[in-house]
Design a protein around this ligand. Structure first.
Ligand code: ADP
Ligand code: MG
Length: 704
């Protein structure tokens, strides 16, 4: 097949019109998401394989992957219809090689005697001759053949499908590549590229599809990854710059007196990590632009008081504050904590959850609207249309990974209109206890500033973690019993509430089993999300007061529950929980001065499950685990692309491409500062590509 005349191919040329693409293949291309030439070009190899070294036929050894070339002297179709195999004999000046393709009857029209082929595959001894079954093959054009060429080629391996092998994709791309490359314009200015030692876009595509060396593959990837990350960061920063221009926030007051008063409420000295975060937050809240800051810290690092500090700053400025938690249990817990800390002050608090009786809920709504409530703690019930704040100054969202960006926006729009007539937005703080690797947070929450609380409050003893099989269950509970006898308390986490689901341990029967067995004579209670709020509160209250020895629960206790005397945790069916989840659960113990223990009971059925359990047992550092999680699952899954609202990456891979991400972020920030809407003539192409890629997901329509 010869290349089409230059100019015949456009980036918009439909796949059907690409020379050599048959109708069936065209359909398969479309199913792979490749309707036109541009998509072919962007269909990047998953990896590259170094071809086996080419040798003469007499040098080939059975059992090895080999590459050889020669002339076809004979072909035949054998076997019955439907199961036909195609056989060919290939010879060079040193010997003979047999080729066989099973189900290869269709090849009879493509491979004919006299033709020269280059073949590749694993050879085997078959009768007197060497044979390759189902070799990869290509026809060598005698005129093009370089007789002396024996160099090994890096061959792209493309994401393929059953009806469209990588080989076919490779051949198709090869056909359009030169024409298509000529049509590519670079959206990055030459000096910008030169400074960062990035190859030209055209050259990058050439090198990824038709690399001359490993080095070229690396260089090409570097450019394409950078492009992907830069476009995303530009989009995110553009949006952010727009929000800053369009929205106003109430600047909050701060003075040493206010600071002293707030600190006076805290029963402990803040850690260095907390101080740093508070410093950053205070600076944010004093500005008339809405803060959007992610506060991340490991489980138990003390995020709540940091949030409380911000909320009290709002109150000191005659503004309201809201704290939104992902579950009722957590909202209740926060409400309780804050109520205790503010005991005796004149700050007016309210709790708002979906399970409250309608009249109670409505009276809270009215109080919020009238400005009779200073701080409201609640669940997503806070997002309801009927919640209208009198003057919302600070919105805190706990456990970000459970809320999507849209919900963040929901609270954002609840502060009324400012004096200038611009919509007034509250300052927003987002707390997450699933430490998101810093770099990933930058990408996905690129519109947020990030404060990280390093370190834990003093007096914590690290939690010892053990992973054991189900056969050790009795032993584990016998040991836990001795700890209960010593006056400590324990959590037992099981995956389900009721018996049934696939023989998994459940809350009800586990309570019974323990009460009657290992924990006989101890006070055991069950806790799960189907209980009424009042019951749940009562049980948590009793557990906190030491009136319950062992609490058997589902993952409702995953976040926020804070009982320092509880020092032992058993997680049954640990293999069924995610890495972050196990770490969260474990974070419920190790909150006091007692030596804490976490036992993971389970039998890993997959290597991933095993890797998760091992990772959790090996470190108690949430940030290290998050990196591990990222490796095991990839960023899309880790955050859920639904939550992040962003498509998974096409080329970039984490943690591998972290340096490029940081570079892209820095560059994007500078760029948008200089040119907020990318409106310069030389930015036209960049802007077009940005809008095409992220315009919709980031809602840039009204920005750019
Ligand atoms: P998380 O970051 O997991 O939300 P919390 O805010 O629930 O952590 O805090 C965990 C526990 O540590 C709480 O009991 C809290 O009162 C306590 N705590 C927070 N900050 C400090 C501190 N600086 N010194 C001692 N204890 C602290
Ligand atoms: Mg918390």
């Amino acid at each position: 097949m010869t290349a089409p005349a230059s100019g015949a191919i456009l980036l918009t040329t439909a796949i059907e019109a690409v020379p050599g693409v048959k109708a069936a293949h065209a359909r398969a291309f479309r199913r792979l998401g490749i309707p036109a030439v541009a998509h072919l070009l962007r269909h990047l190899p998953a990896r590259h394989e170094l071809e086996a070294e080419e040798t003469t036929i007499d040098q080939l050894k059975p059992g090895e992957i080999i590459t050889a070339r020669g002339e076809v002297t004979d072909t035949r179709v054998a076997g019955r219809y439907g199961k036909q195999r195609f056989e060919a004999v290939l010879i060079d000046h040193t010997g003979r090689l047999d080729l066989v393709w099973f189900n290869g009857g269709f090849l009879r029209k493509q491979i004919t005697p006299g033709m020269r082929l280059r073949v590749q595959g694993r050879s085997r001894q078959y009768g007197a001759n060497l044979q390759i079954a189902n070799p990869i093959w290509e026809r060598i054009d005698a005129a093009v053949e370089e007789p002396g060429r024996r160099s090994r080629r890096l061959r792209p391996v493309y994401p393929a499908s059953e009806d469209l092998p990588s080989r076919t994709i490779e051949q198709t791309i090869e056909k359009i590549l030169d024409d298509a490359l000529a049509l590519i314009d670079d959206h990055l200015p030459p000096d910008f590229r030169a400074e960062r030692e990035l190859p030209e876009l055209r050259e990058a595509y050439r090198m990824i599809h038709r690399p001359g060396s490993d080095e070229e593959v690396r260089e090409a990837r570097r450019r394409l990854v950078f492009d992907e990350l830069l476009l995303l960061q530009l989009g995110v920063q553009m949006k952010r710059a727009h929000l800053r221009r369009a929205l106003e926030a109430p600047p909050l007051r701060w003075s040493e007196q206010i600071d002293k008063k707030i600190r006076g409420r805290l029963p402990f000295t803040l850690t260095k990590g907390q101080e740093e975060a508070i410093g950053e937050i205070v600076a944010d809240l004093r500005k008339p632009t809405p803060a959007t800051r992610l506060i991340q810290g490991d489980v138990g690092s003390g995020k709540t008081v940091v949030a409380l500090y911000a909320m009290l700053m709002a109150v000191a400025s005659q503004r309201q504050a809201a704290l939104m938690a992902p579950t009722e249990l957590l909202a209740e817990q926060h409400f309780l904590t804050i109520t205790e800390l503010l005991h005796g002050s004149d700050v007016r608090l309210a709790l708002l959850t979906g399970s409250m009786a309608p009249p109670d809920r409505e009276s809270v709504h009215r109080a919020i609207e009238a400005g009779d409530i200073d701080i409201v703690v609640g669940t997503h019930a806070l997002l309801s249309e009927s919640v209208r704040f009198h003057a919302l100054g600070v919105a805190v969202i706990d456990e970000q990974h459970r809320f999507g960006v849209h919900q963040r926006a929901g609270l954002r729009g609840k502060a009324g209109v400012g004096e200038s007539g611009k919509p007034l937005a509250p300052h927003t703080l987002v707390m997450t206890a699933t430490p998101i690797p810093r770099t990933l947070a930058l990408t996905v929450f690129g519109d947020l500033d990030v404060s990280t609380i390093h370190g834990l409050p003093p007096g914590r003893t690290p939690v010892k973690t053990r992973a054991v099989g189900f056969d050790k269950t009795d032993e584990v509970y016998d040991y836990v019993r001795t700890r209960l006898d010593a006056g400590e308390q324990a959590y037992v986490v099981v995956p389900t509430i009721e018996e049934g689901a696939g023989g998994l341990r459940d809350v009800r029967s586990t309570v019974k089993r323990l009460e009657e067995g290992a924990f006989a004579g101890k006070r055991v209670a069950g806790l799960h999300g189907q209980l009424k709020r009042a019951t749940r509160e009562q049980i948590m209250g009793r557990f906190r007061a030491g009136l319950i020895d062992a609490l058997v629960a589902t993952t409702v206790i995953e976040v926020g529950v804070d009982v320092p005397n509880a020092s032992v945790m058993v997680i049954e069916h640990a293999e069924r929980f995610g890495l972050a989840q196990l770490h969260q659960l474990r974070g419920r113990v190790g909150r006091g001065s007692k030596k804490s223990l976490c036992v993971l009971i389970g039998e890993a059925k997959t290597s991933d499950a095993e890797a998760r359990m091992k990772a959790v047992a090996s470190t108690s550092d949430g940030f290290k685990l998050a990196e591990k999680d990222l490796e095991l699952r990839g960023p899309g899954e880790m955050l859920g692309s639904k939550q992040s609202g962003l498509a998974p990456f096409r080329v970039a891979e984490f943690p591998r491409d972290i340096d490029l991400l940081l570079m892209a972020r820095r560059d994007a920030a500078k760029w948008i500062e200089r040119s907020p809407a990318l409106e310069a003539p030389e930015e036209t192409l960049l802007r077009k590509r940005l809008l095409k890629e992220h315009g919709e997901t980031l809602g840039l329509a009204d920005v750019a």
